[in-house]
Write a protein that binds this ligand. Structure first.
Ligand SMILES: O=C(O)CCC(=O)C(=O)O
Length: 283
């Protein structure tokens, strides 16, 4: 294979102990520019009169439509809940109305694909002991100024479950992320308490198998990072982000990876693919 791990022992120790890790300057200014520019082009081409699917982490009903399910293997656009007025018209231009684009940018778009399959991601996953890792979902998240929606506390293993559990989140900041514009927050060490609940897809749509516990805000720490930083998130880490009420956006590109060796993808995950994802490498 020839790819060697790029995390040192202090970084690995921090990740294993706290459940997350910040890698400053993971992406260069040029890489950030090219991802942002490409997203501008995709937004430009998106005909928003064709449909309006809203992404909500609070209201599951809104996420159970075919557009959402089909997004597993497409480049699909989801609006902010607060993007529309009472008559259903956009209150601001479409490029300031989208919550996220997902979930297969890393497969379907050449610019996002080339960045997502670059050796630095593979090296990171070698360090994290992945044997045959595959990116199963990518999201470009806008956290729009003024209307950027809250992402409620969750664990990524709830949504992308394998047995045993192998999901890791790789969240790249494309702009400085601060408390003011809706940075990530996490409960350090919460990954040690295991998976709380699962997000299941069945004949009725999607639902959680258990209610959410209530979390104490005081247990969360903000993860404020500069543009270009990668936040590595353990699949059992409780994390969230608040609404963005500021006048600055907070763009991020988020990947979720699972192992495809030595574990089984759960058939009742929301994501069902026609074609298996390509592994980044096989060791
Ligand atoms: O970008 C955000 O606000 C939340 C992203 C997140 O929770 C994730 O990618 O798992």
């Amino acid at each position: 294979m020839g790819i060697v791990g790029n995390l040192n022992s202090d970084q690995l120790q921090f990740f294993n102990s706290e459940g997350y890790l910040v890698l400053e300057s993971f992406a260069s200014p040029d890489e950030i520019k090219s991802l942002r520019l490409r997203m501008d082009q995709l937004l430009d081409q998106f005909d928003c009169s064709s449909r309006a699917s809203i992404f909500s982490t609070k209201n599951q009903q809104k996420t159970s439509d075919d557009y959402f399910f089909d997004s597993a293997e497409n480049i699909s656009f989801f609006f902010e809940e607060k993007a529309f007025d009472d008559d259903g018209n956009l209150k601001q231009p479409k490029e300031l109305s989208i919550n996220k684009v997902g979930h297969a940018l890393h497969e379907k778009d050449p610019i996002f694909k080339s960045f997502s399959s670059s050796d630095k991601f593979s090296s990171l996953l070698v360090s994290l002991s992945y044997k045959r890792p595959a990116i199963v979902q990518s999201m470009y998240i806008f956290k729009q100024p003024g209307i950027g929606g809250e992402v409620v506390p969750h664990q990524d293993n709830s949504f992308l479950y394998t047995d045993p559990q192998t999901c890791t989140g790789l969240w790249l900041s494309l702009e400085d992320a601060t408390i003011t514009n809706g940075c990530l927050w996490a409960i350090p060490r919460s990954h040690k308490d295991g998976l709380v609940r699962r997000f299941i897809r069945d004949e009725t749509g999607v639902h959680f198998d258990k209610p959410s516990p209530s979390y104490d805000h005081g247990d969360f720490v903000p993860i404020e990072v500069k543009a270009g930083a990668l936040v590595v998130i353990h699949g059992d880490l409780i994390h969230q982000s608040f609404e963005n009420k500021s006048s600055s956006s907070r763009h991020a590109y988020s990947l979720h990876v699972v192992d495809t060796d030595g574990c089984k993808w759960a058939d009742d995950n929301w994501m069902r693919r026609n074609v298996d994802p390509e592994p980044l490498y096989a060791s």
